[in-house]
Ligand binder design. Structure first.
Ligand SMILES: *Cc1c(COP(=O)(O)O)cnc(C)c1O
Length: 379
Protein backbone atom coordinates (compact mmCIF):
# COMPACT_ATOMS: atom_id res chain seq x y z
CA UNK A 1 0.00 0.00 0.00
CA UNK A 2 1.29 3.48 -0.62
CA UNK A 3 1.15 6.20 1.96
CA UNK A 4 -1.77 8.58 1.58
CA UNK A 5 -0.79 12.16 2.29
CA UNK A 6 -2.50 13.56 5.37
CA UNK A 7 -4.09 16.95 5.68
CA UNK A 8 -0.89 18.16 7.36
CA UNK A 9 1.23 16.91 4.43
CA UNK A 10 -1.07 18.72 2.01
CA UNK A 11 -1.05 21.95 3.98
CA UNK A 12 2.73 21.71 4.24
CA UNK A 13 2.98 21.78 0.44
CA UNK A 14 1.77 25.41 0.38
CA UNK A 15 4.22 27.69 -1.45
CA UNK A 16 6.28 29.92 0.82
CA UNK A 17 8.10 33.13 -0.12
CA UNK A 18 11.91 32.97 -0.16
CA UNK A 19 13.61 33.82 3.14
CA UNK A 20 14.83 37.24 1.95
CA UNK A 21 11.21 38.34 1.56
CA UNK A 22 10.25 37.15 5.04
CA UNK A 23 13.33 38.38 6.86
CA UNK A 24 11.99 41.78 7.95
CA UNK A 25 8.55 40.76 9.21
CA UNK A 26 9.87 40.24 12.76
CA UNK A 27 11.73 43.44 13.77
CA UNK A 28 15.20 42.89 15.21
CA UNK A 29 15.73 44.36 18.68
CA UNK A 30 19.55 44.29 19.04
CA UNK A 31 20.90 42.53 22.10
CA UNK A 32 23.15 44.37 24.58
CA UNK A 33 24.05 41.13 26.30
CA UNK A 34 24.89 38.86 23.37
CA UNK A 35 27.85 36.56 23.96
CA UNK A 36 31.25 37.65 22.76
CA UNK A 37 32.76 35.70 19.86
CA UNK A 38 34.95 33.81 22.32
CA UNK A 39 31.99 32.96 24.58
CA UNK A 40 29.89 31.79 21.64
CA UNK A 41 32.78 29.68 20.34
CA UNK A 42 33.21 28.10 23.78
CA UNK A 43 29.51 27.26 23.89
CA UNK A 44 29.71 25.62 20.47
CA UNK A 45 32.52 23.40 21.73
CA UNK A 46 30.22 21.97 24.38
CA UNK A 47 26.65 22.07 23.10
CA UNK A 48 24.88 19.14 24.79
CA UNK A 49 21.22 18.86 23.92
CA UNK A 50 18.55 21.41 24.78
CA UNK A 51 20.34 23.05 27.69
CA UNK A 52 22.05 26.07 26.09
CA UNK A 53 20.33 28.80 24.19
CA UNK A 54 21.24 31.37 21.58
CA UNK A 55 21.28 35.16 22.00
CA UNK A 56 17.84 35.87 20.56
CA UNK A 57 14.26 34.63 20.54
CA UNK A 58 11.30 35.36 18.30
CA UNK A 59 8.26 36.76 20.07
CA UNK A 60 4.79 37.93 19.06
CA UNK A 61 1.65 38.58 21.08
CA UNK A 62 -1.99 37.84 20.22
CA UNK A 63 -4.92 39.66 21.73
CA UNK A 64 -8.58 39.46 20.87
CA UNK A 65 -8.55 43.08 19.75
CA UNK A 66 -5.32 43.19 17.78
CA UNK A 67 -4.65 39.65 16.60
CA UNK A 68 -0.92 38.85 16.23
CA UNK A 69 1.22 41.95 16.77
CA UNK A 70 4.55 43.16 18.20
CA UNK A 71 6.46 40.66 16.06
CA UNK A 72 10.07 40.86 17.19
CA UNK A 73 13.38 39.08 17.27
CA UNK A 74 14.44 40.16 20.75
CA UNK A 75 17.23 39.29 23.19
CA UNK A 76 16.76 35.86 24.75
CA UNK A 77 15.65 36.31 28.32
CA UNK A 78 13.13 35.82 31.09
CA UNK A 79 9.46 36.28 30.30
CA UNK A 80 7.24 37.98 32.82
CA UNK A 81 3.93 36.29 33.45
CA UNK A 82 1.15 37.26 35.85
CA UNK A 83 0.70 34.54 38.50
CA UNK A 84 -2.89 34.27 37.25
CA UNK A 85 -1.62 33.66 33.70
CA UNK A 86 -3.91 30.91 32.50
CA UNK A 87 -1.22 28.61 31.09
CA UNK A 88 -0.04 28.08 34.68
CA UNK A 89 -3.47 26.87 35.76
CA UNK A 90 -5.07 25.15 32.77
CA UNK A 91 -2.11 24.20 30.60
CA UNK A 92 -3.22 25.95 27.42
CA UNK A 93 0.07 25.53 25.55
CA UNK A 94 1.28 23.98 22.28
CA UNK A 95 4.72 23.57 20.79
CA UNK A 96 6.78 22.42 17.82
CA UNK A 97 10.29 21.18 17.25
CA UNK A 98 12.41 21.54 14.12
CA UNK A 99 16.06 21.96 13.23
CA UNK A 100 18.25 24.26 11.17
CA UNK A 101 21.10 22.40 9.47
CA UNK A 102 24.32 23.79 8.05
CA UNK A 103 25.25 22.36 4.68
CA UNK A 104 28.79 21.85 3.56
CA UNK A 105 28.80 25.12 1.56
CA UNK A 106 27.87 27.05 4.72
CA UNK A 107 24.22 27.65 3.80
CA UNK A 108 21.52 27.02 6.43
CA UNK A 109 18.34 25.03 5.80
CA UNK A 110 15.28 23.74 7.60
CA UNK A 111 13.46 20.47 6.86
CA UNK A 112 9.71 20.64 6.12
CA UNK A 113 9.15 23.74 8.28
CA UNK A 114 5.68 24.21 6.82
CA UNK A 115 4.74 20.79 8.23
CA UNK A 116 5.51 22.24 11.66
CA UNK A 117 3.56 25.40 10.80
CA UNK A 118 0.54 23.32 9.80
CA UNK A 119 0.79 21.08 12.86
CA UNK A 120 1.12 24.04 15.21
CA UNK A 121 -2.21 25.28 13.88
CA UNK A 122 -3.76 21.83 14.13
CA UNK A 123 -2.66 21.61 17.77
CA UNK A 124 -3.94 25.14 18.31
CA UNK A 125 -7.34 24.25 16.90
CA UNK A 126 -7.61 21.34 19.39
CA UNK A 127 -6.72 23.61 22.30
CA UNK A 128 -8.98 26.48 21.17
CA UNK A 129 -6.05 28.77 20.39
CA UNK A 130 -5.67 31.34 17.59
CA UNK A 131 -4.10 30.40 14.28
CA UNK A 132 -0.64 31.68 13.43
CA UNK A 133 -0.34 32.45 9.69
CA UNK A 134 2.29 30.30 7.90
CA UNK A 135 4.03 33.48 6.83
CA UNK A 136 4.52 34.61 10.43
CA UNK A 137 5.74 31.17 11.46
CA UNK A 138 8.26 31.11 8.62
CA UNK A 139 9.29 34.73 9.19
CA UNK A 140 9.98 34.01 12.87
CA UNK A 141 12.20 31.06 11.94
CA UNK A 142 14.06 33.04 9.27
CA UNK A 143 14.51 36.09 11.50
CA UNK A 144 15.71 34.09 14.48
CA UNK A 145 18.09 31.81 12.60
CA UNK A 146 19.60 34.77 10.76
CA UNK A 147 20.11 36.70 14.02
CA UNK A 148 21.66 33.62 15.63
CA UNK A 149 23.42 32.17 12.62
CA UNK A 150 26.70 31.66 14.46
CA UNK A 151 24.90 29.09 16.63
CA UNK A 152 24.14 26.78 13.69
CA UNK A 153 26.81 24.13 14.19
CA UNK A 154 28.79 22.20 11.64
CA UNK A 155 29.29 18.46 11.99
CA UNK A 156 27.56 15.13 11.76
CA UNK A 157 24.39 14.92 13.85
CA UNK A 158 24.49 18.57 14.89
CA UNK A 159 21.91 21.31 14.31
CA UNK A 160 20.33 24.40 15.76
CA UNK A 161 17.22 22.98 17.43
CA UNK A 162 14.26 25.36 17.15
CA UNK A 163 11.38 25.29 19.61
CA UNK A 164 8.33 27.36 18.61
CA UNK A 165 5.53 27.47 21.20
CA UNK A 166 2.38 29.38 22.11
CA UNK A 167 0.97 29.81 25.60
CA UNK A 168 -2.00 31.53 27.22
CA UNK A 169 -0.76 34.65 29.01
CA UNK A 170 -4.02 36.28 30.02
CA UNK A 171 -4.35 36.88 33.77
CA UNK A 172 -7.70 35.20 34.33
CA UNK A 173 -8.79 32.25 36.46
CA UNK A 174 -12.14 31.62 34.80
CA UNK A 175 -12.24 28.53 32.66
CA UNK A 176 -12.38 29.50 29.00
CA UNK A 177 -9.92 29.95 26.18
CA UNK A 178 -7.62 32.89 26.96
CA UNK A 179 -7.87 36.28 25.28
CA UNK A 180 -4.11 36.78 25.18
CA UNK A 181 -1.34 34.47 23.95
CA UNK A 182 2.42 34.70 23.46
CA UNK A 183 4.19 33.03 20.56
CA UNK A 184 7.91 32.39 20.98
CA UNK A 185 10.69 30.57 19.23
CA UNK A 186 13.85 29.73 21.14
CA UNK A 187 16.95 28.11 19.66
CA UNK A 188 19.39 25.62 21.15
CA UNK A 189 22.58 24.52 19.40
CA UNK A 190 22.61 20.76 19.67
CA UNK A 191 25.10 17.96 19.40
CA UNK A 192 24.06 14.43 18.53
CA UNK A 193 20.91 13.50 20.48
CA UNK A 194 22.28 10.26 21.88
CA UNK A 195 25.62 10.93 23.48
CA UNK A 196 26.82 7.35 22.93
CA UNK A 197 25.97 7.18 19.24
CA UNK A 198 23.46 4.96 17.52
CA UNK A 199 22.64 2.70 20.46
CA UNK A 200 19.45 0.65 20.62
CA UNK A 201 17.01 1.71 23.34
CA UNK A 202 15.18 -0.62 25.71
CA UNK A 203 11.44 -0.02 26.05
CA UNK A 204 9.04 -0.71 28.87
CA UNK A 205 5.59 -1.57 27.51
CA UNK A 206 3.26 0.46 29.69
CA UNK A 207 -0.11 -1.11 30.57
CA UNK A 208 -1.17 0.96 33.56
CA UNK A 209 -0.79 4.51 32.25
CA UNK A 210 -1.61 6.08 28.89
CA UNK A 211 -0.29 9.29 27.41
CA UNK A 212 -3.61 10.08 25.71
CA UNK A 213 -7.05 8.57 25.19
CA UNK A 214 -9.94 8.65 22.71
CA UNK A 215 -11.23 12.19 22.29
CA UNK A 216 -8.25 13.58 24.19
CA UNK A 217 -5.30 15.56 22.85
CA UNK A 218 -3.04 12.71 21.71
CA UNK A 219 -2.63 14.06 18.18
CA UNK A 220 -1.92 17.63 19.36
CA UNK A 221 1.61 18.62 20.31
CA UNK A 222 0.91 19.99 23.76
CA UNK A 223 2.71 19.91 27.09
CA UNK A 224 -0.25 18.13 28.70
CA UNK A 225 0.50 14.89 26.87
CA UNK A 226 4.08 15.07 28.06
CA UNK A 227 2.97 15.80 31.61
CA UNK A 228 0.91 12.60 31.63
CA UNK A 229 3.85 10.60 30.27
CA UNK A 230 6.36 11.70 32.92
CA UNK A 231 5.34 9.46 35.82
CA UNK A 232 5.35 6.25 33.74
CA UNK A 233 8.68 7.37 32.32
CA UNK A 234 10.13 7.87 35.81
CA UNK A 235 8.93 4.40 36.82
CA UNK A 236 10.35 2.85 33.63
CA UNK A 237 13.67 4.64 34.19
CA UNK A 238 13.85 3.34 37.73
CA UNK A 239 13.43 -0.19 36.36
CA UNK A 240 16.26 0.42 33.90
CA UNK A 241 14.38 1.19 30.69
CA UNK A 242 15.02 4.14 28.40
CA UNK A 243 11.45 4.95 27.38
CA UNK A 244 7.85 3.74 27.61
CA UNK A 245 5.97 2.25 24.70
CA UNK A 246 2.36 3.32 25.20
CA UNK A 247 -0.60 1.18 24.19
CA UNK A 248 -3.97 2.54 23.11
CA UNK A 249 -6.13 3.66 26.03
CA UNK A 250 -9.38 2.17 24.65
CA UNK A 251 -8.30 -1.49 24.54
CA UNK A 252 -4.83 -1.50 26.14
CA UNK A 253 -3.72 -3.89 23.40
CA UNK A 254 -2.45 -1.92 20.39
CA UNK A 255 0.74 0.10 19.89
CA UNK A 256 0.37 3.89 20.06
CA UNK A 257 3.86 5.43 20.30
CA UNK A 258 6.58 6.44 22.75
CA UNK A 259 6.24 9.58 24.87
CA UNK A 260 7.73 11.72 22.11
CA UNK A 261 8.52 9.47 19.15
CA UNK A 262 6.54 7.39 16.66
CA UNK A 263 7.27 3.71 16.26
CA UNK A 264 7.97 1.48 13.22
CA UNK A 265 8.14 -2.28 12.72
CA UNK A 266 10.30 -3.83 9.97
CA UNK A 267 9.19 -7.30 8.89
CA UNK A 268 11.58 -10.04 7.86
CA UNK A 269 10.14 -9.86 4.31
CA UNK A 270 11.33 -6.24 4.09
CA UNK A 271 7.92 -4.59 4.45
CA UNK A 272 7.54 -1.84 7.02
CA UNK A 273 4.57 -0.91 9.18
CA UNK A 274 3.61 1.72 11.70
CA UNK A 275 0.49 2.27 13.79
CA UNK A 276 -2.21 4.10 11.84
CA UNK A 277 -3.09 7.58 13.04
CA UNK A 278 -6.01 7.00 15.37
CA UNK A 279 -6.32 10.50 16.79
CA UNK A 280 -4.33 9.43 19.87
CA UNK A 281 -1.02 9.36 18.04
CA UNK A 282 1.04 12.44 17.21
CA UNK A 283 1.39 12.71 13.42
CA UNK A 284 5.17 12.97 13.25
CA UNK A 285 6.80 14.73 10.33
CA UNK A 286 9.61 12.19 10.55
CA UNK A 287 7.01 9.39 10.38
CA UNK A 288 5.43 10.95 7.30
CA UNK A 289 8.83 11.51 5.64
CA UNK A 290 9.97 7.93 6.30
CA UNK A 291 6.77 6.50 4.83
CA UNK A 292 7.15 8.66 1.72
CA UNK A 293 10.85 7.80 1.36
CA UNK A 294 10.26 4.05 1.72
CA UNK A 295 7.38 4.19 -0.77
CA UNK A 296 9.63 5.94 -3.28
CA UNK A 297 12.19 3.15 -2.84
CA UNK A 298 9.61 0.49 -3.62
CA UNK A 299 9.42 -0.78 -0.03
CA UNK A 300 5.98 -2.01 0.94
CA UNK A 301 4.64 0.16 3.76
CA UNK A 302 1.42 0.12 5.71
CA UNK A 303 -0.28 2.03 8.48
CA UNK A 304 -2.31 -0.38 10.54
CA UNK A 305 -3.47 -1.46 13.97
CA UNK A 306 -0.55 -3.33 15.53
CA UNK A 307 -1.54 -5.54 18.47
CA UNK A 308 1.22 -5.89 21.03
CA UNK A 309 0.63 -9.63 21.59
CA UNK A 310 0.85 -10.32 17.85
CA UNK A 311 3.98 -8.22 17.58
CA UNK A 312 5.62 -10.27 20.32
CA UNK A 313 4.60 -13.52 18.59
CA UNK A 314 6.03 -12.14 15.34
CA UNK A 315 9.32 -11.29 17.01
CA UNK A 316 9.51 -14.77 18.56
CA UNK A 317 8.71 -16.45 15.21
CA UNK A 318 11.27 -14.32 13.42
CA UNK A 319 8.68 -12.56 11.24
CA UNK A 320 9.66 -9.21 12.74
CA UNK A 321 13.23 -8.20 11.96
CA UNK A 322 13.71 -4.71 13.42
CA UNK A 323 11.92 -1.92 15.21
CA UNK A 324 12.78 1.73 15.44
CA UNK A 325 11.42 4.95 16.89
CA UNK A 326 11.56 8.29 15.09
CA UNK A 327 11.19 12.00 15.69
CA UNK A 328 12.93 15.26 14.84
CA UNK A 329 15.28 15.24 17.83
CA UNK A 330 16.83 11.78 17.40
CA UNK A 331 15.74 11.27 13.75
CA UNK A 332 15.74 7.45 14.00
CA UNK A 333 16.70 5.26 16.91
CA UNK A 334 16.86 1.50 16.99
CA UNK A 335 14.70 -0.40 19.51
CA UNK A 336 16.70 -3.17 21.16
CA UNK A 337 14.10 -4.78 23.40
CA UNK A 338 10.49 -4.69 24.59
CA UNK A 339 9.64 -5.68 28.15
CA UNK A 340 6.17 -5.92 29.66
CA UNK A 341 4.66 -7.67 32.67
CA UNK A 342 4.74 -10.88 30.61
CA UNK A 343 8.41 -10.84 29.71
CA UNK A 344 11.06 -9.55 27.41
CA UNK A 345 11.78 -9.91 23.69
CA UNK A 346 14.91 -8.66 21.96
CA UNK A 347 15.54 -7.25 18.52
CA UNK A 348 18.60 -6.76 16.37
CA UNK A 349 19.54 -3.40 14.95
CA UNK A 350 19.15 -4.01 11.25
CA UNK A 351 19.95 -2.58 7.88
CA UNK A 352 16.58 -0.93 7.28
CA UNK A 353 16.86 1.19 10.42
CA UNK A 354 20.36 2.29 9.46
CA UNK A 355 19.38 3.01 5.88
CA UNK A 356 16.34 5.08 6.87
CA UNK A 357 18.55 7.13 9.19
CA UNK A 358 21.13 7.67 6.48
CA UNK A 359 18.66 8.46 3.69
CA UNK A 360 16.81 11.00 5.80
CA UNK A 361 19.89 12.73 7.21
CA UNK A 362 21.49 12.80 3.75
CA UNK A 363 18.55 14.85 2.51
CA UNK A 364 18.56 17.09 5.60
CA UNK A 365 22.27 17.79 5.22
CA UNK A 366 22.11 18.40 1.48
CA UNK A 367 24.10 15.27 0.61
CA UNK A 368 21.27 13.67 -1.39
CA UNK A 369 18.82 15.03 -3.92
CA UNK A 370 15.82 16.71 -2.30
CA UNK A 371 13.28 15.13 -4.62
CA UNK A 372 10.32 15.80 -2.33
CA UNK A 373 11.16 19.48 -2.05
CA UNK A 374 11.43 19.24 1.74
CA UNK A 375 14.27 21.70 2.29
CA UNK A 376 13.85 25.44 2.76
CA UNK A 377 16.85 27.75 2.68
CA UNK A 378 16.95 30.13 5.64
CA UNK A 379 20.37 31.72 5.29
C1 LIG B 1 6.89 15.66 18.31
C2 LIG B 1 6.41 14.28 18.60
C3 LIG B 1 6.70 13.19 17.75
C4 LIG B 1 7.61 13.30 16.56
O1 LIG B 1 7.20 14.24 15.62
P1 LIG B 1 8.25 14.79 14.55
O2 LIG B 1 7.46 15.74 13.73
O3 LIG B 1 8.69 13.60 13.77
O4 LIG B 1 9.35 15.42 15.31
C5 LIG B 1 6.15 11.96 18.06
N1 LIG B 1 5.36 11.80 19.14
C6 LIG B 1 5.08 12.80 19.98
C7 LIG B 1 4.22 12.55 21.16
C8 LIG B 1 5.59 14.07 19.73
O5 LIG B 1 5.30 15.08 20.58
Amino acid sequence: MTYTLTQLDEQAAAPIAPADELAGIFDLVPSETARSDAEAAALMENMGFGSKFSDYMAHATWTKEQGWHDKRIEPYGMMSLDPAGSVLHYGQEIFEGLKAYRHEDGSVWTFRPTYNAARLNYSGSRLAMPELPFEDFMASIVGLVRADERYVPTGEGTSLYLRPFIYASEAFLGVRSAHRFEYLVIASPSGAYFANGFQPINLWVEREYHRAGPGGMGDAKTGGNYASSLLPKVIAHDKGYDECLFLDAATNTNLDELGGMNVFVVMADGSVKTPRLTGNILPGGTRSSILQLLDSQGVQTSEETIAYEELVEGIKRGDVAEMFACGTAAVVTSIGSLTSDDGRVELEMGEVTKRVYKDLTDIQLGRAEDKFNWLYRVA
